[in-house]
Design a protein around this ligand. Structure first.
Ligand SMILES: [Zn+2]
Length: 429
């Protein structure tokens, strides 16, 4: 049985939304705003020219099946030991670093939420590889419960001494905020608000002259910021705000000032931690230094800029879009151009900037999406008898870090970008 996709779930949510009085009561009682579907894959007119299309739907379903099959019994996704869940041992390669467990779990949950699945989903499927009947509601519920089990007194999903605190906590916070917005469940609202508070408390100090000039970094309360972690944390806060949670405007103002500080406005390039690095590649020697450089930071900078400033006429956004147009997704393992992280943020940036639903012309987005489909659809593992069916190989630029779980989640999220929900910052509003 195929996963009974989101259409029914979306339909029921729309019907629920019609009961205005009841909905308002629930909203007030939980303080968590319900999100409506931004658009659905069932509406071909809305898909036209603005994003991906029906060809990507089987790919999204298949990647969710793979993720569901490789969830740990306790609800987490393990970057390094996900293969312990394999139905056929030895068929799924691509271990990442264990320190990314919370972030990888957040990405996997986002992939389900992004397709409209919550703990109330009625979808289930008999897994062809393992022969197990998997209920999507259990997958989402257990994933979110695992995150809540990790949450400490300060609201953080990982301890502050985790080497990649900013990534792990930022992504997990985004997942909890989207769960809050989609379900209005009080337990998610409570967890998401605590997580937001920890994110706000962990914002970097900025420099001495301007305390608001701050984003986020690997460690909480740092003296510097980087655009990559800042991207995830900013998106999490914007999602939180959309879900009705309390978010300090000063924090988002700090992110805006930081992105402006590290952007070379002449060409739209963005530096990792400072403007002088704009256009330069961040390399991990011996790990990914032979990979092609992409304007990943320009894409993330576009997202932060668009979400905090909300001025789509900003000329820097146009320059960023030109950079992305000059380097669209291109699957080339030999040429070392594969980079799911860049492809995900590039898709998000162009959806925010160029989607016709948001006032854009749509041409840049359309061209990007054609290349995205060409790169990902033909290279997703497609063999229902194999355990790696539905996943993507993680030998890309950052695969040594996130492994097959993160690679597969990011690739699927790129395809989901055009119909994620209102509280998902990628969504059309
Ligand atoms: Zn497997």
């Amino acid at each position: 049985m195929e996963i009974h996709r989101i259409h029914a779930a979306i339909g029921s949510r729309v019907r629920v939304a019609a009961a205005v009085a009841a909905t308002l009561f629930v909203l007030q009682s939980t303080g968590c705003q319900q999100s409506q579907p931004a658009k659905t894959p069932a509406d071909p007119n809305k898909n036209e020219g603005s994003a991906t299309d029906f060809k990507t739907e089987p790919a999204v379903e298949a990647h969710l099946r793979w993720l569901a099959r490789h969830q740990d019994p306790d609800g987490a996704w393990s970057p390094d030991h996900f293969d312990a869940q394999c139905a056929n041992k030895g068929e799924c390669a691509g271990a990442g670093y264990p320190e990314h467990k919370t972030g990888a779990t957040g990405l996997a949950i986002l992939a389900f939420l992004g397709a409209g699945h919550t703990e109330r989903s009625t979808a289930e499927f008999t897994d062809a590889a393992s022969k197990r009947v998997i209920k999507i509601a259990d997958v989402v519920r257990n994933g979110l419960q695992w995150l809540r089990n990790q949450q400490n007194e300060s609201g953080s999903f990982v301890e502050s001494n985790n080497h990649k605190w900013g990534y792990n906590h930022g992504i997990a916070t985004l997942a909890m905020c989207e769960a809050c917005g989609l379900t209005r469940a009080p337990e998610y609202k409570d967890s998401a608000q605590k997580a937001v508070n920890a994110l706000l408390a962990g914002q970097s100090h900025g420099n001495d002259d301007d305390k608001a000039l701050a984003g986020w970094r690997y460690q909480p309360k740092g003296e510097m910021s980087d655009i990559s972690v800042t991207g995830w944390c900013t998106i999490a806060l914007v999602s939180a705000k959309s879900a009705g949670l309390n978010v300090s405007d000063k924090a988002l103002d700090g992110a805006w000032k930081f992105v402006r500080e590290v952007t070379e406005e002449r060409n739209g390039q963005v530096g990792y931690t400072k403007r002088e690095e704009a256009g330069q590649q961040v390399k991990a020697i011996g790990k990914n230094d032979t990979y092609k450089n992409h304007p990943s930071f320009a894409a993330i900078g576009m997202c932060v800029r668009a979400l905090t400033q909300k001025n789509m006429k900003d000329p820097v956004l146009e320059k960023g879009a030109l950079l992305l147009a000059g380097d669209p997704p291109a699957w080339d393992k030999v040429g070392k151009s594969n980079d799911y992280y860049y492809w995900y943020f590039g898709t998000l940036a162009l959806n925010l900037y160029d989607s016709p639903d948001r006032g854009g012309g749509g041409e840049s987005l359309k061209a990007w999406n054609e290349q995205l489909k060409r790169s990902l659809l033909d290279h997703q593992t497609n063999n229902r008898k194999r355990c790696d069916d539905g996943s993507w190989d993680s030998d890309d630029r950052w695969g040594y870090e996130g492994g097959r779980v993160s690679a597969t989640a990011l690739a699927g999220l790129a395809f989901e970008t055009y119909y994620r929900y209102k509280n998902a910052p990628a969504a059309h509003r």
